[in-house]
Design a protein around this ligand. Structure first.
Ligand code: FAD
Ligand code: SF4
Length: 600
């Protein structure tokens, strides 16, 4: 990969600087470079080559503690997040409250590709209701855009990265145009059983949408659809698509995919963008602030080399912030005129209304799945089926006691053994030893199921971040201080999740493992723990009620684009990354149009 040094990054002129290399930065750099824009990408983390750096085939027995998570590697020894986590050495964040329920957990990657090297690859579109929630129930905020305005960019992202799934015609769960989605994998035994037994409860199990190639992308057709009138981009993309293999099953996607069958920025966005020759990437470049001229427009960024501590500046016509929602907000707080409270903060809204996803989990054991004959049930790692929110008709607040909904991520069955899939065994096998323990393992292995609810959070005024006046990181940059509060809409939703999970397990003839938590305040995961943080630089219709316009352009400084989840006005139950990518593509298309008109 043509990676340049942090010193070289400062010595060239660029059209656009992109800060961050994850889903948003990868998409922005791809869109711009493929169309001939000269891009500099600055990434705080270290370089990472997924083709050589991925522990795809290693066995649990080859890892310390059989690969179990540790404070350094919470998702396990082989997790693709090589640098980063809940705590990053020398880069603290603080909490305004000592109460654990009022604290926010902030996961930060520090590697090329960001969180996309690890993410769960669940790629759901927001639906029409999700862009206009306030119009439906009077809570939160409407977006300044409707689903129909984003749909063409969802189509583009799905075609580029490759998403499996199906069109089910369900309420607020959009279909994709014919021929866009890849075929979903065959459901596993545990999924078929849940689907059958939950039907009587009115709970639908349908194919999941995930960013995994169940077959190779059509390199003859798709490049022309994505880059009409640009034969060079078409050639580059067609060649790159042929280097991505279809999934061969069985290896955990969270370790990354060296055959490039799933989406990572490092395997999908960056290779073709680099092949254009229009993209330079400098790693270990920690951006501190956007530099602004006397006219209020950005002239570039100031950044610090993480290894040497040397500070440098890079110049460009426009700056795209894609450092992850809260980090982009932090950069804006550190930018602009002294005393202004940050660039883009004229309305006092910077850092406000940060959101995560509501999360709650429950597991069970299902006797009907005991002692099944060994079969290869692995399939594509991750969910083949899931439950979309099915109670839109309830007009939620009146009947359910909470607004908005959740979906269920379900798993179970006989997959390649690891610490997680065997977790229930200890509870079932009791004090069995020797041959009997082996028999018990054969009997119970694959009979456990687990469910994770992922629900919508309504933005509230008590959840925000701001610069901590007293704490700086090891580069001397002020750190963020978080304020957090779940409302009763979220805690009641978490209690509803628990009760629904128990109903599903019981409908399958199983037994809940552990206790069903009816107190939503205890059932809900801490804020930030689901790692779907968005908001903090909300988009809107005017500079009075928002930080950016519908294209992520700062009202205050129109050549600064916020391309990540910071601009979200709500956080639907749909995991955010597909929407982040669709909006990043839409925003950079608009940026290029403005650059052509010399407005930027
Ligand atoms: C375990 C896990 C599972 C997940 N599963 C899903 C899922 O199934 N579906 C889904 O939709 N989402 C999922 N997510 C969330 C998803 O990863 C994020 O929504 C997505 O990666 C956000 O993209 P981003 O580009 O905004 O940020 P990131 O991917 O975090 O990328 C930001 C990049 O910016 C860099 N950066 C930060 N600060 C600076 C700075 N000051 N200067 C320069 N560079 C900087 C970072 O090092 C990083 O590389 C998951 C996340 C995790 C961790
Ligand atoms: S399951 Fe498929 S997509 Fe996931 S890492 Fe393995 S080969 Fe890649």
């Amino acid at each position: 990969m043509p990676i340049i040094s942090t010193g070289d990054a400062a010595s060239h002129g660029y059209d656009v600087i992109v800060v961050g290399s994850g889903a948003a930065g990868g998409q922005a750099a791809y869109t711009l470079a493929m169309e001939g824009v000269r891009v500099l990408m600055l990434e705080a983390g270290r370089n990472y080559d997924p083709l050589t750096g991925t522990a795809m085939f290693q066995k649990p027995t080859q890892a310390p503690l059989r690969g179990e998570g540790t404070p350094d590697k919470p998702f396990g020894f082989y997790d693709a997040t090589i640098d980063g986590g809940w705590q990053v050495p020398g880069e603290p964040y603080t909490s305004a409250s000592d109460d654990p329920r009022r604290q926010f957990w902030w996961w930060r990657p520090r590697m090329l590709g960001g969180r996309t090297n690890h993410w769960g690859r669940i790629a759901l579109r927001n639906g029409p209701y999700d862009f206009k929630p306030r119009s439906r129930d009077g809570l939160g905020f409407d977006w300044p855009i409707a689903y129909e305005q984003v749909a063409p960019w969802y189509d583009r992202v799905e075609r580029l990265v490759g998403i499996y799934g199906s069109n089910e015609g369900r309420e607020n769960t959009p279909d994709s145009p014919e021929g866009v989605l890849l075929p979903p994998p065959r459901p596993r035994v545990a999924e078929l059983l849940a689907q059958r037994d939950s039907a009587a409860l009115g709970i639908p199990f349908i194919p999941m949408h995930r960013a995994v190639l169940t077959r190779q992308l059509d390199h003859r057709r798709i490049p022309a659809l994505l880059h009409p009138h640009n034969p060079r981009a078409q050639r580059i993309l067609a060649a790159d698509m042929q280097r991505r293999a279809a999934c061969f099953h069985a290896t955990p996607c969270g370790r990354g995919c060296s055959i490039r069958a799933n989406y990572q920025s490092t395997t999908v966005h960056l290779p073709p963008a680099l092949a254009t020759g229009h993209l330079d990437i400098a790693c270990d470049a920690m951006v501190r602030e956007v530099l602004v001229g006397a006219d209020g427009r950005a002239t570039g960024v100031a950044y610090i080399d993480r290894r040497t501590g040397v500070e440098r500046q890079a110049r460009a016509r426009a700056v795209v912030l894609a450092a992850g929602a809260c980090e982009s907000v932090r950069i804006l707080f550190n930018s602009g005129r002294p005393g202004a409270g940050g660039l883009g903060n004229a309305a006092g809204l910077l850092g406000k209304y940060i959101m995560d996803t509501v999360g709650s989990s429950l597991g069970g054991q299902v006797p009907r799945m005991e002692s099944l004959p060994p079969t290869n049930d692995d399939g594509v790692d991750g969910q083949h089926l899931y439950v979309p929110w099915w109670l839109y008709g309830e007009r939620n607040v009146a009947r359910l006691g909470f607004a908005r909904g959740y979906h269920i991520e379900y798993g179970g069955g006989r997959r390649q053994p690891d610490v997680g899939t065997g977790a229930g065994l200890a509870g079932m096998a009791g004090d069995a030893m020797g041959t009997r323990l082996k028999e018990e393992a054969r009997r119970y292995y694959g009979s456990f199921v687990g469910m994770d609810g992922r629900g919508e959070m309504i933005p509230n005024a008590d959840s925000y971040c701001e610069p901590d006046p007293a704490v700086r990181d090891r580069y001397g940059i002020p750190v963020l201080r978080f304020h957090w509060k779940w409302s009763e809409h979220e805690t009641r939703q978490a209690a509803h999740m628990q009760e629904t999970f128990a109903q599903i397990i019981e409908a399958m003839g199983g037994t809940v493992m552990g206790a069903v938590e009816h107190d939503g305040a205890k059932a809900i995961e801490p804020g930030g723990k689901i790692i779907h943080e968005v908001g903090g630089a909300m988009m809107g219709r005017s500079a009075r009620d928002s930080v950016t316009n519908e294209f992520g352009q700062l009202w205050e400084s129109p050549n600064v684009i916020v391309a990540d989840g910071a601009t979200f006005c709500s956080n639907a139950d749909k995991n955010p990354t597909l929407t982040i990518m669709a909006l990043a593509w839409r925003s950079t298309d608009e940026l290029m149009a403005r650059m052509r008109r010399r407005e930027v």
